[in-house]
Design a protein around this ligand. Structure first.
Ligand SMILES: [Zn+2]
Length: 332
């Protein structure tokens, strides 16, 4: 057992998305500011937190100190700058944010948030909606959940996709539509979303709380010196659904857009949706990245630098986070 416990020295890369509180969070992206501060306090006291650049270098030289942890954020939400960065600065903890740069200054939310805004907000919708998709007509049958009062929406605010059965026909439709959209190209995703807005009788909108960062904000974050910027493609596609040439364009152009904002190349990459193929890894390596983060479930970070495993962090308190890391080390 003591030998197993020694495995707790394996480095761990934590995966966050947002430091925020939202009415609904089907993908479990949000960690509240209070919990995030507890995480930083706990990690500062009980773990050795390093930047991804330092971790990559230490993995390369085989010089990883016990209980090393690195923090990462995916996507590039504005709360990374407004809520996460001040706390990271206060606790002197470095982090890396992987930005889907095609959403920068685009004036819309990420496609999965737009879908959530339409279907899971407490607004009444038509009970049956049909939208055209490349594979054919896609029907959203909301049935009796077409009416969705605030109190009902609040009751289902804690629902997490794939962790519990969808509690209403709305959630069934939300998940089925997400599964259709996730492997489409960006243009097809937005064509579908515009059709959905149309049949729902809603206007496009961008909620200030969950918008992507602007180029100016990404620059400000980088200049702050607490957070490193990494790449996350242009439009956040499921890369295995694209041809190798399309994958290359997403990966190269996404990195180039960030380089032009920052005035220097980015070194790290994270695979959208954690999905990749051998082609993807080869393209990322050939593009000149130094490392790439996969999603979860993770192996130890001390593996292939182009498929570094991560642990998704839930909206839990600091003690729970530490217990989770200890437990994970014990079973690793
Ligand atoms: Zn992402």
């Amino acid at each position: 057992m003591s030998l197993l416990r020694r495995k707790s020295s394996a480095p761990v890369i934590l995966m966050y998305h947002r430091v925020a509180v939202e009415r609904s969070d089907p993908w479990g992206l949000c960690v509240s500011p209070m919990h995030f501060e507890e995480h930083l306090d706990a990690l500062r006291r009980h773990r050795r937190v390093v930047s991804m650049t330092e971790l990559r270098e230490r993995l390369r030289t085989g010089d990883v100190a016990p209980d090393t942890v690195a923090l990462t954020f995916d996507d590039g939400y504005v709360d990374n700058l407004l809520a996460a960065e001040p706390l990271l600065r206060q606790y002197d903890v470095p982090a890396t944010v992987f930005v889907a740069s095609g959403y920068t200054d685009r004036g819309c939310e990420f496609w999965w948030d737009e879908l959530e805004r339409v279907l899971l907000a407490p607004d009444d919708l038509p009970s049956r909606m049909t939208i055209p998709l490349p594979a054919g007509a896609h029907v959203l049958d909301l049935g009796s959940s077409a009416r969705y009062p605030v109190a009902v929406a609040a009751r289902h605010g804690q629902w997490r996709a794939y962790h519990a059965d969808p509690p209403t026909a709305r959630h069934v439709a939300f998940l089925a539509t997400w599964e259709q959209l996730v492997t489409l190209h960006d243009a097809e995703q937005w064509r579908a979303l515009r059709s959905l807005l149309d049949v729902a009788g809603l206007a496009p909108a961008m909620r200030p709380s969950c918008r992507p960062m602007t180029a100016g904000e990404i620059g400000a974050l980088a200049r702050g010196g607490v957070m490193e910027i990494g790449a996350h493609t242009l439009t956040h596609p499921a890369l295995p659904a694209l041809s190798p040439a399309e994958q290359e364009r997403e990966i190269r152009d996404g990195a180039a857009a960030l380089a032009s904002i920052l005035g220097e190349p980015v070194r790290g990459f994270s695979y959208p949706h954690g999905r990749f193929t051998e082609d993807t890894v080869r393209i990322v390596r050939d593009t000149g990245f130094a490392y790439a983060c996969a999603g979860v479930p993770s192996k130890s970070a001390a593996s292939d630098p182009f498929t570094l495993g991560r642990i998704g962090v839930p909206d839990c308190d600091g003690d729970r986070l530490l217990a989770m890391l200890t437990e994970r080390a014990r079973v690793a």
